[in-house]
Structure formats: C-alpha cells, structure tokens
Design a protein around this ligand. Structure first.
Ligand SMILES: *[C@@H]1O[C@H](CO)[C@@H](O)[C@H](O)[C@H]1NC(C)=O
Ligand SMILES: *[C@@H]1O[C@H](CO)[C@@H](O)[C@H](O)[C@H]1NC(C)=O
Ligand SMILES: *[C@@H]1O[C@H](CO)[C@@H](O)[C@H](O)[C@H]1NC(C)=O
Ligand SMILES: *[C@@H]1O[C@H](CO)[C@@H](O)[C@H](O)[C@H]1NC(C)=O
Ligand SMILES: *[C@@H]1O[C@H](CO)[C@@H](O)[C@H](O)[C@H]1NC(C)=O
Length: 444
C-alpha cells in the first residue's frame, strides 16, 4: 500500500465517520439560548425592576417650580417581588413532568418552588420595598424634612395580605429607619392598617365585585375568542416546534408554553439562572409565550373591558375626599402610603384613563405590535413599582395635582399640563367620584 492509498483510506474513513455523525444528530447537544439573567431583566422581559433603578441611592430630588409647595403625598405601590403562588407552582411541576424524558432537561432537577412558599417575598422583594422607602426620602427630601411620624399625619394602608403588609413594613424601615427611638438602628414603629379583604373596595376592588366576576372574569367572549384563538394559532405551533426540537414525549401541551416564561421569570429572579428554562425560548418566543399573560391582564384589569374603567372609583373617591379634607383644614394627614397588588395599580390607572397603548392586546397581533407595547406589567406595574399623586399649592393658593409613575411625571388627559388644577381634576372625573361601589357591583 502506498502513501496515497493510506491517505485515501483515511479520507474515506473520515467521510464515513462524519456521515454517520450527522445521521446521529439526536446525540448532539440540544440547542439552548445563552443569555444572562440581567440581559432578560434589563430588557424588561419580566415584571422585575432592573437593579440599576431598584437599588439606586443616587436619585435626584424631584423638580417642581420654586413657588409651589408640596403639601401632600399619596402613594399606591405594588408589593416587592415574590415566590410563585400555588397555581404557578403547579404549572411548573407540570412542566417538570412534561420534560421528564427530554434530554435537554435531564440535569435541571425539579422545580425548587413549593406550595408552602406561596406568595412569599424573596430577599430581593423585601429589599425592593425598603429601597422604595429610601428613595422616597431622597426624592422628596424637602417634604420629609418637615414630617415627624405620627399615625394621623403619615398613614400606611395595605391590602390585607401578608406579603403586602411586609412590603409596607420594609418601606417604612427605609423611610423612617434612623429617625425613631428603637434599637441600634433607631427604628420607628409605624401603624399599618387594612380593611378586611372582603370589605376592601379600595385596594381589592376585583375580589369584591360580583359584576366584575360575572362580566369580566368569566367573560366567554374573551375566553373563547381570544384565549382559544391564541392557543390554536400561536401556542400550538410553538409547542410543536419545541416538541420536535427538544424531543418531548408525549408532545408538549400548548397551554404549558406560557408557563415556560413563568418558570424562566422565577428562576432568574430567585436563583439568578437563565441557563435552564429561560434557555429554551428565543427572545421572540419569550414575547409570544408572555403575550398570553399580557392578554389576560388587558382583558381582566385594563382597557379590555369597559367596567375596568370604573373599578378604581372607590379608590378615587376616597383620594379626592382626603385631599379636600386636608385643603379645608379638617385633616392633618400629609402622606397616605398605600400598598397593594399589580392589579390594583392597573385598575386605578385604567380608571384615570392613562397609560393606554395604541392597540388592544388581542390574540391576532403581529410580533412587532406586541413589542411596541409600553404600558405593560413588565414596564409599568412591575413588582415594587410606585404611583405617587403629589398635591401642591401655588402662590395664588390654587391646589394642583401631579401624577408621577415610577418617578416619571405623566400628563392626565384633560389637564392643562403636568400640574393639574385640583378643581379641573375633579371636574374631569366628576362621574367617577362619589360612586356607589356596591351598587355598581350588584349583578345582574
Ligand atoms: C412661579 O414660578 C414660575 C417659574 O418657576 C413662573 O413662571 C411663575 O410666573 C411663578 N408664579 C408666580 C405667581 O410667581
Ligand atoms: C368572585 O369569584 C371568586 C372565585 O373565582 C370568589 O372567590 C369571589 O368570592 C367572587 N366574588 C364575589 C363578589 O362574588
Ligand atoms: C365581554 O368582554 C367584552 C370586551 O372585552 C365586552 O364587550 C362584553 O360586553 C363582555 N361580555 C359581557 C357578558 O359582559
Ligand atoms: C383550540 O380551540 C378549541 C375550540 O375551538 C379549544 O377547545 C382548544 O382548547 C383550543 N386550543 C388551545 C391550545 O387553546
Ligand atoms: C371638607 O371637605 C370634605 C370632603 O369634601 C367635606 O366632607 C367636609 O364637609 C369639608 N369640611 C369643611 C369644614 O368644609
């Protein structure tokens, strides 16, 4: 055998090998998307506030004209980031099962989330609200300088849920820690009150409104036309693609696809991991999976149903009376700090007619349109987000209101500008103030 023949045989053998390797593609490593948790968080894939703003103490004091005086502050905040609630825990367990025979997931272990940890704040979640308190102290420095804690002067109110009350407590530590008499850290014990959840028309309006249950929550137009259509046209093909790509057997249930997004969200949040469930979906596929939840938010808590534009009316009425009480000298309260759910924030913003996207969040949108949304849970009502209503007086003694969401002023439609005359604000919303919540919610 000469050298040429030897080389030739090696070449043929090599060809044979590589041919065989390409036939055995099922032994190749399955494709995973490589991204850091920060990439996903900073690009607003989740309802998680990026670290840069959540934990910054380098915040500017707020800007307002020198001749205005900030008199009162009203806060509506969402609780800090949390563990999955029971139906979410169950969906993640179902995903574990669905992927039990898929090679891609064999090293991932089981879901670390338990039903005992239902709604528990994580460490980050507790810190987020604490930093909200610290940031408020800095943002409204001149205002807080003149305030000494007194239960009639600064009110803390929460929806009656432990994770929300804990968030309020963390905020209070940020705001008053160091200014009180207790312990090495000089804490101030504050009074945090709640309505019982089944009487809370202000912060849990949707748990107390039968009309909302019957016409919004159980709305079959929404369920059949929108959810089914999205399930069949978008989720089913995506499930099929994932089934093939990752060898899932039996085939993946399309209705589990949105929970891959959820799994990814909680793994990034609590375990700083984007190399497992997050890695299954491309950026665009994440948006498609998430759209299912954004549709739900839109129809149930936002502009998707006309009743939602009135659901914040008890909140608004209480707010307006509270400002009037202060302006006419009946009340000494300068700050009303309320803590609640993302849904509460969404319904209050919807009642004010603000933060409305150009398109309805329906099943048939193009990916480009889905990407164009600005006013989603991921960008506005995320965990530990803040809505402040600031009440000013001007030199002529007019009262003015400014709406500031996540520290960005927002012009309320119908107002002349950022600073809305109080009388003007009340006339814009006259039909939503003094509403009879119980009557509105009676059904049929
Ligand atoms: C208040 O200050 C603004 C500028 O900050 C000025 O335009 C306005 O004329 C002042 N109003 C009065 C009544 O002094
Ligand atoms: C609305 O439905 C939920 C169950 O989905 C129930 O817990 C709640 O009590 C209902 N609300 C009213 C006001 O009937
Ligand atoms: C269902 O919701 C749609 C809007 O999303 C609304 O137009 C329709 O009236 C609702 N159906 C009922 C029974 O309220
Ligand atoms: C597809 O539509 C049918 C009704 O037409 C529905 O029963 C089914 O659940 C839908 N599939 C998905 C994945 O949503
Ligand atoms: C102050 O305003 C509140 C709310 O509008 C009203 O109920 C109350 O009667 C007013 N009090 C006085 C002294 O004007």
């Amino acid at each position: 055998m000469n050298t040429y023949n030897i080389l030739y045989s090696i070449f043929v053998f090599y060809l044979f090998l590589s041919y065989n390797l390409s036939l055995c593609s099922e032994h190749e490593e399955p494709f995973l998307y490589k991204r850091s948790p920060d990439y996903l968080i900073n690009n607003r894939f989740f309802e998680i506030e990026p670290e840069k703003s959540a934990f910054s103490l380098d915040v500017q004091t707020i800007d307002y004209p020198d001749n205005y005086t900030l008199k009162q502050l009203y806060l509506l905040a969402r609780h800090g980031s949390r563990k999955p609630f029971i139906p979410q825990v169950q969906a993640l367990n179902q995903l574990d099962k669905a992927f039990a025979n898929a090679p891609v997931a064999k090293e991932w272990g089981k879901s670390p989330f338990t039903i005992e940890e239902n709604y528990r704040l994580g460490t980050r979640g507790k810190l987020e609200s604490y930093y909200d308190g610290l940031q408020s102290l800095k943002r409204y420095k001149k205002f807080w300088k003149n305030v000494k804690y007194d239960a009639d002067v600064v009110k803390f109110q929460t929806a009656d849920r432990f994770w929300i009350s804990q968030s309020a407590m963390a905020y209070a530590e940020g705001l008053f820690g160091g200014a009180g008499p207790i312990g090495a850290c000089k804490n101030e014990p504050v009074y945090i009150w709640s309505f019982p959840w089944n009487q809370d028309y202000f912060l849990e309006m949707y748990t107390n409104c039968l009309r909302w249950n019957e016409t919004v929550l159980n709305n079959f137009t929404y369920y059949i036309e929108q959810t089914y259509s999205y399930g069949n046209k978008t989720l089913a093909p995506l499930a099929e693609k994932l089934t093939k790509k990752y060898n899932i057997n039996p085939p993946l249930d399309p209705l589990l696809v949105p929970s891959i997004y959820t799994y990814c969200d909680f793994m990034a949040l609590h375990y700083n991991r984007a190399d497992t469930w997050c890695a299954l979906l491309s950026d665009d596929e994440h948006i498609l999976a998430r759209h299912y939840w954004n549709m739900r938010d839109y129809f149930q808590y936002s502009y998707g149903h006309p009743l939602n534009e009135k659901m914040g009316c008890a909140y608004l009425t209480q707010f307006v009376n509270s400002v009037d009480d202060y302006l006419n000298g009946t009340s000494r309260m300068v700050a009303d700090l309320k803590f609640a759910h993302g849904f509460t924030e969404s319904l209050v913003l919807t009642t004010l007619g603000v933060f409305k996207d150009k398109y309805p969040t329906t099943a048939d949108l193009t990916l480009e349109k889905m990407k164009s949304f600005k006013y989603t849970q991921q960008r506005v009502t995320y965990w530990s987000s803040t809505i402040y209503f600031e009440i000013y007086t001007s030199p002529s003694n007019d009262a003015l209101l400014r709406l500031v969401v996540n520290f960005e002023p927002y012009v309320i439609p119908g107002c002349d500008g950022e600073y809305c005359k109080w009388t003007k604000f009340k006339s814009i919303f006259s039909d939503k103030i003094n509403c009879d919540f119980e009557k509105m919610c009676a059904y049929p």
